[in-house]
Design a protein around this ligand. Structure first.
Ligand SMILES: Cc1ncc(COP(=O)(O)O)c(C=O)c1O
Length: 380
């Protein structure tokens, strides 16, 4: 129940344990093709250049920015969370002139502020985080942000590491240029094969660069040669992780993407109902709530580190504390992928409430458990 990795479904774990093959074995190329097809469904895109970066979500972030940005180009990134700030660091290493879009932690970006930043700085690339794991904020109005970027002839990059597959995301309908994610959160696969998709215009920009991408490993031209038809060796694919990712994408297809979004909302909604009924506060407005990552304010007089340690040692449950500006202020409770199950939530709400009560917080554990059961329809 942390911010990921989430639990791995037994089917996905079994797929990861299948026998090893060569990185260009016909059977492995079939797996890569299945992954691309599954990712297009997941991203809601027709983009041809859709694949899994060999590495975790940060490698996908780096792939997006390193290929799209030429040294000296201005890039606009948000400062309202830990991963938005990481985008800035990655963009700077790629040679970009980084401009920060200031917004408080715990609040989304406002289109008017984005518009003003474009007018002032004229960035060529604008990156934002759809689900900010450090705050639990879900960025609304993405089609508006994309419209602003395109009116200024800029490219828009979306980080969906903590949100893709858990809440609605529409790459093509919303007009996005590069979108990336991770395998270990709402897809519940092991970390190490990170989904990414490039629009045609983003591919054109990346291929028309004057200066080669500074990272050989993440250079789109080379990597795509491995994923394209008639693949050739570029690097050794992460075979076992890719098997696992294919299985988890099959499961997304079986459940249906809309049903998967609805499950996350229903199950995380029951979590929130329990938290609030017990007398605790969810530290994000309902309007920007991200079901996959739920920030809970630390009650008065409680040491969050002790609660986190006791949940692990006494109940085998992982949650984490706040990062950066929110360190010591919040607990972060994940509800992602295979971990987003009613049984997990019921177990968590009771264990969390009892632990807090033991540590001196004023909570009504019974009311919390009852509200969660009601929301899940499991109280008779
Ligand atoms: C929103 C967001 N972006 C990027 C990352 C980086 O991904 P990774 O840790 O898989 O490299 C994370 C990881 O938690 C994340 O939550």
């Amino acid at each position: 129940m942390g911010p990921g990795p989430s639990d791995v479904h037994p089917r996905v774990a079994a797929a990861a344990a299948e026998g090893m093959v060569g990185y260009l074995d016909d059977s492995y190329v079939d797996v890569m093709n299945d992954v691309q097809e599954g990712l297009r469904y997941l991203f809601r895109t027709e983009n041809e250049v859709t694949f899994a970066v060999s590495g975790t979500g940060s490698a996908a972030m780096e792939t997006a920015l390193a290929n799209l940005l030429e040294p000296g180009e201005t890039v606009l990134v948000p400062s309202n969370g830990y991963f938005g700030q990481r985008m800035g660091e990655v963009a700077a290493r790629a040679g970009g002139e980084v401009v920060h879009l200031d917004a408080p932690w715990g609040e989304p970006l406002e289109p008017a502020a984005v518009e003003a930043a474009f007018a002032e700085h004229q960035p060529t690339v604008f990156g934002f985080v759809h689900g900010e794991t450090s705050t639990g904020v879900r960025q609304p109005g993405i089609d508006d942000l994309a419209r602003i970027a395109h009116e200024h002839d800029a490219y828009i990059v979306a980080d969906t590491v903590a949100s893709l597959g858990g809440v609605e995301f529409q790459t093509d309908e919303w007009g996005l240029d590069v979108v990336y994610s991770g395998s270990q959160k709402c897809l519940s696969a092991p970390p190490g094969a990170s989904p990414i998709t490039f629009s045609e215009r983003a591919v054109e920009k990346a291929l028309a660069r004057e200066e080669p991408v500074r990272s050989w490993y993440l250079d789109l031209e080379g990597v795509w040669g491995y994923w394209d038809d008639d693949p050739s060796y570029h690097h050794t694919g992460p075979v076992s992780t890719t098997y696992a990712l294919r299985e988890s994408l099959r499961m997304v297809g079986e459940e249906g993407i809309e049903s998967q979004w609805a499950r996350h909302e229903r199950v995380a909604g029951a979590l929130v109902a329990g938290i609030e009924a017990m007398g605790l506060e969810v530290a994000v407005s309902k309007q920007h709530w991200l079901p996959t990552l739920n920030p809970v304010s630390v009650p008065e007089g409680v040491d969050p580190g002790t609660v986190i340690d006791r949940l692990m040692s006494d109940h085998d449950i992982e949650i984490v504390g706040g990062l950066g500006a929110l360190a010591g202020e919040i607990f972060r409770v994940g509800c992602m992928g295979y971990s987003a199950r009613p049984a997990n939530i019921s177990h968590f709400v009771t264990a969390f409430g009892n632990t807090l009560a033991d540590e001196g917080a004023d909570v009504d554990v019974g009311a919390g458990a009852a509200a969660t059961a009601d929301a899940l329809g499991s109280r008779f």
